[in-house]
Unconditional design. Structure first.
Lengths: 350, 350
């Protein structure tokens, strides 16, 4: 089945069929309908190779995802790939681990695939101009900024929440419920990245209420938001006899792992310990108890990142820095303060 | 920084640098080390454009993902993209909803991107030869087969579990624990797809124990494994006064939604009702209670699907049908039978 066959069957010219397929206005509604029905009935797939051959520019955008099991990224990525598709570009994706170097990965991808632009989903917060110079195409930092780095504002673009403010908001919710001994489970206190920035928000909220930080209540778990690491960190807090009535974690999945560890050790959530997360992934509405969390607008962040990147690629706009709002969604994992945690073992059924 | 600069700085010829970068054996270890250090120090990125230009074939594989929020697919996809990368190919991904047509999407992608092969992650089980003829490149059905269709075995390839057997195994676990009134929450009983096949496994397990199927215990929720639909289906079962001591769902996330719905209505899991899922996503080990589930080897399925596709693309092998094993992982969401469920409302905290 070729375009000629479709034209013959419809009794119109090849150029008319072509105009319909390219969604051009100069075709009557009746003819358009007839052509589209014929295309549908015969499962005809337009062959764009000829058009592709005369294209002088690639239509490919690179997407480098850092932290491969991050469920929040999965939500953002869905919107990113849908928006790239709908704008007529092609996404080439590469995944790297938490210790991977997104800039080098992006630079290699840029040369291999002749990219027009790059979108980094997750990354370091401390790029230097020398590192960024590896890239010869516009790029957008999605879900992070250059807080600890030395890039000039006009040399890159970003779409993110205010990580420090979000953590501050989450911990303030616990403080408002009367909690004073609030534990934190963070990958790192000083990784010059998202973890350090959110830890700063935790510290700032405590400071607002005149509460000195207690190192015994902070568990560094390393890694990149993995559940196993968060689970082990909570177990270490309990084993060390740390006394806390609430627990702050950096993400929803870490919060779920924390709830699991507390429950497995006989600490009830929220009766004995409140837990709060950040992200608002769809799943967090179905945990037992429902997670209280700071919701990031994942879909909007994905769409906006692509729109911003394409405005730079197509030359209709320059680099900008878009800051998204987070919203507290109250679940059932937080309650007003009662007694400090006293760990005691329990055994699972089955 | 060009390859000439690297050669000059190392005091070797350009062709020596090239041999190192292409990992060729005819270079001394000392020189190799010197060149690689220089490349590292200067953040030099090899430019493969010239090599790309002389390539006559595309290195692009299409990946069409059906059911965009499926967390099991996210696990498979991680292995798929990593394997495609490591084999030196490029993945171009497209996501479609549960009502999307993966064959047409694949056919359009094939023409637009000059694909060498296609991998479908999730899809219909009832392709006809006419539909499959839309594709001119080898394709692999990942996580499904053509059970209800009419393709010849030699005309397509697949990597999947035995969906009927997995469901049979899950329900048999409940039967062995003494359960006789076992509810099922399935997207559809007759969608000629994965849902129907797993529902057949549920029916077959009941039949093995001489238990007649009870339509009052089966809730069709539509959609494509979404949590909201599964939650609503369990609520409908409870509202209708259905009496059951166990519940079978098609996926881990549906099982999590079911546990949530039961808990929200005062039905305790597993004390009042046992729940079993299928998938074994990492998250299911962190639910409260830990989910009992049939584990699919997600990573292995992803790797094997790409290996199978590339053997066809590169002409080293023909289409094959790989059947993967599932393993029962006992969590804490199932217990020996007690009393039938008597729904009563409870109120959430906070």
């Amino acid at each position: 089945m070729t375009i000629k066959d479709i034209a013959r069957l419809c009794g119109v010219s090849v150029s008319t069929v072509s105009r319909v397929l390219n969604n051009r206005p100069d075709v009557s509604p009746e003819v358009r309908q007839r052509v589209l029905s014929m295309v549908e009935d015969h499962n005809y797939i337009p062959n764009n190779s000829a058009r592709d051959l005369v294209k002088t520019q690639s239509d490919t955008l690179g997407v480098v995802v850092r932290g491969m099991s991050n469920l929040f990224f999965a939500e953002v990525l869905k919107a990113v790939t849908q928006t790239i598709d709908s704008r007529g570009y092609t996404a080439v994706m590469r995944q790297i681990g938490s210790d991977g170097d997104e800039l080098k990965t992006g630079a290699v991808l840029e040369r291999e695939k002749k990219l027009r632009g790059l979108l980094f989903l997750g990354g370091r917060f401390d790029y230097t101009p020398g590192e960024a110079a590896l890239l010869n195409v516009p790029f957008v930092c999605c879900s992070y900024t250059n807080w600890f780095g030395s890039l000039r504002e006009e040399d890159f673009a970003s779409v993110s929440i205010d990580d420090r403010a979000a953590a501050h908001q989450a911990v303030s919710h616990l403080l408002a419920l009367g909690h004073r001994r609030i534990a934190a489970v963070v990958p790192s206190r000083s990784d010059r990245s998202i973890s350090e920035l959110r830890y700063m928000g935790y510290r700032a909220a405590l400071a607002d209420w005149g509460i000195p930080p207690d190192p015994a209540l902070v568990a560094e778990c390393g890694g990149c938001f993995e559940m196993a690491e968060a689970y082990a960190a909570v177990e270490r807090l309990l084993a060390a006899g740390a006394e806390f009535t609430a627990l702050f974690t950096l993400s929803d999945t870490m919060a779920m792992a924390a709830i699991k560890a507390l429950t497995d050790h006989g600490v009830r959530v929220p009766e004995d310990c409140s837990v709060v997360g950040i992200d608002g992934i769809p799943l967090s509405a179905y945990t037992v108890p429902t997670l209280t969390t700071l919701v990031q607008p994942a879909e909007e962040m994905g769409r906006e990142s692509v729109a911003l990147l394409l405005s730079m690629v197509e030359g209709t706009g320059g680099p900008r820095h878009v800051r998204m709002e987070t919203t507290l969604r109250q679940g059932s994992s937080c309650a007003a303060v009662r007694q400090p945690v006293v760990p005691h073992k329990s055994v699972e059924r089955e």
